[in-house]
Design a protein around this ligand. Structure first.
Ligand code: GRF
Length: 201
C-alpha cells in the first residue's frame, strides 16, 4: 500500500519534483494525492499539472505569514477528501496553526534549509553564510506549533565554500534537499508498511 501524500508549497516545486522522481524510479512507495499552494502562479502548481497530479490554489486570506483559520479548515477538508496520510511542506511559506496541526497530529513534515536547531526561519542559508559557518545543510522535521522546531527526522550536511554567494549556497543545499526529503518519506513509508512505526499511520 502506497503512502498517500499531500504536498503544500509556495514556490518553484523542486522538492515536489524530487518526490515524484523518486516515486517514478521505484524507491519511494508513495503517491501524491494533491498539491496545494497559497500562490496562484507558483511553479509547484504547474509542475503538478505536468505530473498529472491534482492540484489546488487556495487563496491565503489577509495574513502574510499564516493562514486564516477558515482557510486552514478548507485545506483540512481537501486533504481529508483526498484521504491523505502524510502532509509534506515543500517550501510552504506560511506557519501552520491549530486547525491544521490538530487535524493531522504527528503527520506533517517540513524541509528546512539549515542544520536545525541552527538558523530557524527565513533565508537560513544566508544566516549560515553571515555567521561564517564552515558547514550548513538541510533538515526534515515533524511540524509542531513552533517555527522549525519539531522532532528531527533526517539531516544532510553541505559545505560552505570560501567564495560562496547566497545563491550558490542555496543551490547546493537544494541538491541535498532533493535527496533527503524523498529518502525520509521512503523511511516513513517503510515503517508504516512494517507496522513498526511509532506513529499511528
Ligand atoms: C526549499 O529550499 C526549502 O528548504 C524551503 O523552501 C524551498 C522550497 O524550494 N523551505 P522548492 O519550491 O521545493 O524548489
Amino acid at each position: 500500500m502506497k503512502l498517500r501524500l499531500g504536498v503544500l508549497g509556495s514556490g518553484k516545486g523542486s522538492n515536489f519534483r524530487a518526490i515524484m522522481e523518486a516515486i517514478r524510479e521505484g524507491w519511494l512507495e508513495a503517491e501524491v494525492r494533491i498539491v496545494i499552494s497559497d500562490v496562484e502562479d507558483a511553479g509547484i502548481l504547474k509542475l503538478a499539472h505536468e505530473f498529472d497530479v491534482p492540484s489546488q490554489y487556495v487563496p491565503p486570506g489577509r495574513f502574510r505569514t499564516k493562514l486564516e483559520p477558515e482557510i486552514e479548515h478548507q485545506i483540512v477538508q481537501i486533504l481529508r477528501e483526498m484521504d491523505v496520510e502524510l502532509i509534506v511542506l515543500a517550501g510552504f511559506m506560511r506557519v501552520l496553526k491549530e486547525v491544521l496541526l490538530y487535524a493531522f497530529p504527528g503527520r506533517i513534515i517540513n524541509i528546512h534549509p539549515s542544520l536545525l536547531p541552527k538558523f530557524r526561519g527565513l533565508s537560513a542559508w544566508t544566516q549560515a553564510l553571515n555567521a561564517q559557518e564552515k558547514i550548513t545543510g538541510c533538515t526534515v522535521h515533524y511540524v509542531d506549533a513552533g517555527v522549525d522546531t519539531g522532532e528531527i527526522l533526517g539531516q544532510r550536511i553541505v559545505p560552505i565554500l570560501p567564495d560562496d554567494t547566497s545563491e550558490r549556497l542555496h543551490a547546493r543545499i537544494q541538491t541535498a534537499e532533493h535527496a533527503l526529503l524523498p529518502s525520509v518519506i521512503a523511511e516513513i513509508a517503510r515503517q508504516r508498511s512494517n507496522r513498526s512505526a511509532s506513529r499511528p499511520f
